[in-house]
Design a binder for this molecule. Sequence first.
Ligand code: NOJ
Length: 741
Amino acid sequence: MKRLLSILLSIAIVAGTATAQTSKEEQEAFKFADKLIKKMTLREKLGQMQQFVPNSASVVTGPDGETRDIETYIREGCVGSFLNIKDPKELNRLQKIAVEESRLGIPLIFGFDIIHGCRIIFPENLAASCSWNIEAIERSAQIAAAESAALGIHWTFSPMCDISADPRWSRVSEGAGEDPYLGAKIAAAMIRGYQGDDLSSEKTIAACVKHFAAYGAPQAGRDYHTVDMSEVMFRDRYLPPYRAAVEAGAVTAMSSFNDFMGVPASGNKWLLYDLLRKELGFTGFVVSDYNAVHEMVAHGVAADGKEAAEKAMKAYLNMDMVDGDYISYGEALVKEGRISERLIDQLCREVLAVKYRLGLFDDPFKYGREGEKATYRPENLQFARKAAAESMVLLKNDGTLPLKDVQKIALIGPFADSPLDQTGAWHGWRQASRVVTTLAGMQERFGKENVLYAKGCESHKHIKGGIEEAVATAQKADVVLLTLGLGRNYSGEARSLTDISIPQPQKELLDALLKTGRKVVILLATGRPMTIGEEVEKANAVLLTWHSGTMGGPAIADIVSGDENPSGHLTLTFPRSVGQIPIHYNAKSTGRPQDPAKPTKSYLSNYKDSPNTPLFPFGYGLSYTQFEYSDLKVLTPVVEIGGEVEISVKVKNVGKYDGTDVAQLYVRDIVAETTRPLRELKGFERFSLKAGEERVLQFKIATSELAYCHIDLSFKEEAGDFKVWVGEDSNATLEGKFTIR
Ligand code: NOJ
């Protein structure tokens, strides 16, 4: 009976996919794949569904205990893909074995984590999102794709579309922050950037929507931890970026490590099949995260690797990353009738179709031909410099910045001359020697003799005599630029923290430098928000520089010199303390909202020991100039469902410098069926104005953009009254209202 049920389930799954919308190009790819599958043995099909890292233990030991080397595995057609090979020659060698020595000559697909650049490293993704510059984000993905493809990579595991409001979670550095609207725009832009219009071009690579799903909401901010939330919350806040990436044409997706509402994502048929394929219309292939199929044993939903493989296949997961459970147990599962060969055909077909669309069957060696000459193009380095400057956020300034009438600058701190920290986590094919550090960038801009350097301390350790040397250096200078924060080892996977304050040795360094009486500008190098209230209080200015990538040094020099005016705005709230986390601007009212006039009043939703407000809210960011927002006009005070709300606002640069700002539009649905956020971002525009210049900005919001998840899980807009605000951050005060009917 159990056997019959599982065969029926496999058939039902196959039948269901046929309904997905496919383009002409995809249909051709599927036709090709169908023909090829007819010639393949079951083992060869399973091979296409297996990805390995060369030399991992699972590659060499099969379920039969027999040891095979990787070449033999390729020759036998037991490998569909590799990840993490960082050597064009080796990529070529392995591809040659696959194409020339395996029975059917099916090319391998090579994946790599090109997360924020390949050779040229751009700012970490969270930083990039603070530019709110969607075209630039698309362009940086395009450059990363061209460099990767030129070196032989076909496929990146990016973009990370996980919304998160938890800076304890180290992977916030890889995402676009806390907001689903902005996150969706960025996700789609990155897919367009990587994949372009023609996936088979040697300048584009396959993208991967990850980590499906809700990986950014682990309990207590601890990586890989349980994710559990209402479906209403999931659909409203977490799903939009994944959806946008699928709609933009992502050809692969990755299942996440976490369990989701009780079922690990890699064995979660509701997620991978019902939602991703049937509802969102995804037609590419899904790869598990690293070992995530086998990890279902540790999750406690599979007794062994065989059962884990069975669950993952039934959940409609096409490719097993690294653990080898698919190739090890797939044949037995079919033989025992636990999995139908039809299901295997379907899962394999989608892998083959992506390889076909990449053009690998036409010419398996087309990627990698251009090689290094396609990397570090001067115009791309210039672009990376601009992108880094645009990602930086000025958090405080008493007028010390931009530096004027300054002869000598003391540049101090553990991150001032650290190429590795500057490039952050997931640094692609970075070469440290090509990174222009803050020290190098500052010396180039201000003259070597004018920039005096001392490290002062390590990130988490004192250096003997370090503080004394730093103080002596500061005393010779007019101003101190001090790099503080957390380096690359505190960013990216598996680096969650319970304490996100400035490490003690760095605090002591700051205090010693303040005692010199020099003005101190903090350059905050970090991949996540930090609890820096005290430091902000003490310093004259704070510039959030993030992990700014290859050209971060010159970009910092551009900003502190005033050659560039800071324009970044936060996309993840800075909390006052860890106790406030998760804290995000799009919170809900509660039945007992805080009274702002009496913030500690009893029996309202307050803390007794802390304000509710964050240190810096979502959207926040200063400039050297000032922008004035006025004349908010709702041009369409009453709109029918299906129509568009039109709003205009006047912006004026009333300061002394030319500058760029991000106008942000927020709405509140006053009465709805389910509780709605106090504010939701529904529009933004990055604009530049010369000093004294003014302009009217126009916003249009389709009523469908005001849709939300209802109790019956339908996603639709409804009639009612809305408030709208436009301004420079999520506390914007310029207000209007409109009605939908
Ligand atoms: C684990 C990470 O979670 C994922 O983001 C990455 O793409 C894979 N490993 C492959 O390196």
